[in-house]
Design a protein around this ligand. Structure first.
Ligand code: S3P
Length: 194
């Protein structure tokens, strides 16, 4: 069966058993969840939300401060609480923190209301994209590329549990946006022009 037809059938099956009114973007740090998510939201006329921003607003401090003052375990607890809140959202594109779906129950919860799309990139590409940034506490180590490789391979099985995997390698942001919107429209039973 041609890939396109298999794809359409798969997404149709997803849409008949699930109520999909949001789109969630998961994936490692630096895969473009926020930039892609904002453009996807604009095209769909959905609101854009970012779980890290929701957590910072609820906690009244930055992610770095949460990690430094309360630790990663508490940060994951904040993530869990935000995932609960997301159930009440409608017509939202949700960019999630890179570690959020490593908890199986968080991914399962997202799938009750959203099509979950994972953005993918190699460790080298990720490092190239984010090596000028310093706001990610997990990468404040002497060898961040090694840390990216380690975390990515640990998390890969979780990322593969998303509904759709989209490679961001050698693609412009706009191309990635189209690869995200296409299956979402199919899952919602809307025509797509791709
Ligand atoms: C994290 C990713 C970050 C942020 C926190 C932890 C992770 O979000 O949630 O620093 O565990 O991968 P981004 O993926 O938006 O950078």
């Amino acid at each position: 069966m041609p890939a396109g037809r298999f794809w359409a059938k798969y997404v149709k099956r997803v849409s008949t058993v699930r109520e999909i009114h949001n789109l969630a973007l998961v994936g490692f740090m630096g895969t473009g969840k926020s930039s892609v998510g904002q453009l996807v939201a604009a095209q769909l006329h959905f609101r854009f939300v970012d779980t890290d921003e929701l957590i910072e607003a609820r906690a009244g401090k930055t992610i770095s401060a949460i990690f430094a003052e309360e630790g990663e375990a508490q940060f994951r607890e904040y993530e869990r609480a935000v995932v609960e809140e997301l159930k009440n959202f409608h017509r939202a594109v949700i960019a999630t923190g890179g570690g959020l779906v490593t908890r199986d129950e968080s991914l399962a919860s997202l799938k009750t209301h959203a099509l979950v799309v994972c953005l993918w990139a190699s460790p080298e590409t990720i490092w190239e994209r984010i090596n000028h940034q310093s706001h990610r506490p997990l990468l404040q180590t002497p060898d961040p590329l090694a840390k990216i490789r380690q975390l990515l391979s640990e998390r890969e099985p979780s990322y593969r549990n998303a509904d759709v995997l989209v490679s961001t390698e050698l693609r412009s942001v706009n191309e990635v946006v189209q690869h995200v919107i296409h299956p979402f429209r199919l899952a919602r039973g809307q025509p797509s022009h791709r």
